[in-house]
Design a protein around this ligand. Structure first.
Ligand code: NAD
Ligand code: DEZ
Length: 369
């Protein structure tokens, strides 16, 4: 029988785990658990596995799956050299990220530029998440500049914009992995050198902390050449720089990819890869992706009010602000990520017809009546 150890916060893991396997759960806040006799380890981004955190790999361990798109918490060179198969859940949360970005843009526009078009948006990294962002932006008729030189190298149908073109955009949104090696490293991609002498209305980082140099970003915000910034991810998670967060238009605790649908996708994708790797019987899930109706009865809302009710971005923002001066903010940041119920993505939400007719943006987001 295959012995599986999984992060206790991998959503619905007990339901989706293949039958006839033995599943144990671990609490990731206590570090890497004892892996003796474990065949497969299922983690989230909070479990960092490398030569330092796991110097000795038990011979039984053959598979590590992560319920995330990002894999920078796993040292793939080290693990592959030790004969371990790595599996990610790329794409599981692309729609959730796109909705986070679009919601943030709509809220920001309503507050800062209600009478102007959004401007040109540069999407840096046009993989699963970046492509979903581009798709949603296009539905809103926003002009996009797609920047992804590595994709141009591997995909004959894709032409990347030039660096100059993307840096000339009004808004930048990041959807690249965090990498320090290779031909296109992303660590501190947006730095002093690229920010100097340019003007941006808004910068969004919902990729990984470290892709944007936070201190350089804050400096150019204070000087006025960056009008606003939105950060979902932080250089030293679960810690975060309070000063950088205080200046942000929106600051959230790494939840851009969190939704009911994304979290189910994540667990399903890793379980499917586990099944394929060990050639075992899959689980038969009873889970059904149903829609939810949100009642706005008798209350008069504007677009900002409706979006705030349907997407917890502002709620997370307020909760993160409450942590600014707390000495235990690292633990609370982690709790905030684990304890809130997952939101439903817009195509799984239904609201009153009058509201949909009054605010066309809601239909464009995929909400129905
Ligand atoms: N905040 C969140 O909740 C959240 C959710 C999902 C993903 N992420 C992060 O976003 C990243 C992207 O997610 P994805 O699912 O789209 O992954 P993906 O692998 O599908 O796409 C990443 C894209 O970035 C491109 N890229 C790599 N280096 C680049 C560079 N130097 N310049 C321009 N483009 C570059 C790649 O070619 C690829 O097309 C993940 O690695 C993860 O770290 C964060
Ligand atoms: O890389 C990803 O997919 C995202 O950052 C994802 O939201 C991470 O979720 P976690 O594993 O931290 O719960």
């Amino acid at each position: 029988m295959i012995h599986i150890l999984a992060d206790q916060n991998l959503y619905k893991i007990e339901e989706l785990i293949p039958p006839h396997t033995q599943l144990n759960l671990y609490d990731p806040s206590h570090g890497i658990p004892d892996l003796d006799d474990t065949d497969a380890l299922l983690v989230r981004t909070v479990t960092h596995i490398n030569e330092v955190t796991l110097p000795s790999i038990p011979p039984s361990l053959k598979f590590i799956g992560t319920g995330s798109s990002g894999t920078d918490h796993l040292d793939n060179e080290y693990l592959e050299q030790k004969g371990i198969t790595l599996a990610d859940a790329k794409g599981c949360n692309a729609r959730a990220v796109a909705e986070y970005v679009m919601t943030a843009l709509l809220l920001w526009k309503a507050e800062h530029k209600p009478d102007f078009p959004l401007g040109k948006v540069g999407v840096i990294g046009v993989g699963k998440a970046g492509s979903a962002v581009v798709e949603l932006l296009k539905e809103f008729e926003v002009e996009c500049v797609e920047y992804d030189p590595p994709r141009e190298d591997r995909d004959p149908d894709f032409n990347s914009a030039s660096l100059e073109e993307v840096l000339n955009c009004d808004i930048l949104t990041f959807h690249v992995p965090l990498t320090k090696k290779g031909a296109h490293p992303t660590y501190h991609w947006l730095n002093e050198e690229k920010l100097k002498g340019r003007k941006f209305k808004l910068i969004i980082n919902a990729a990984r902390g470290g892709v944007v140099d936070e201190l350089a970003l804050m400096k150019y915000f204070v000087e006025g050449s960056v009008e606003n910034y939105i950060l979902d991810v932080w250089e030293k998670e679960p810690d975060f720089n309070t000063k950088v967060a205080k200046h942000a238009y929106i600051a959230t605790p790494h939840i851009a990819g969190y939704s009911e649908q994304a979290k189910i996708n994540a667990t399903k994708i890793v379980c499917d890869k586990l099944v394929a790797h060990f050639d075992i019987e899959p689980a038969i899930s009873k889970y059904k992706n149903v829609s939810k109706t949100v009642d706005f009865a008798h209350i008069k809302y504007n677009l900002t009010g409706i979006l705030t009710r349907l997407h917890p971005i502002k709620g997370y923002e307020a909760a993160l602000r409450d942590l600014f001066d707390r000495p235990d903010k690292k633990v609370l940041f982690r709790n905030l990520r684990n304890e809130w119920p997952y939101r439903y993505e817009y195509p799984f939400l239904k609201i009153r017809t009058e509201l949909l007719n009054e605010y066309s943006e809601l239909k464009t987001l995929g909400i129905t009546d």
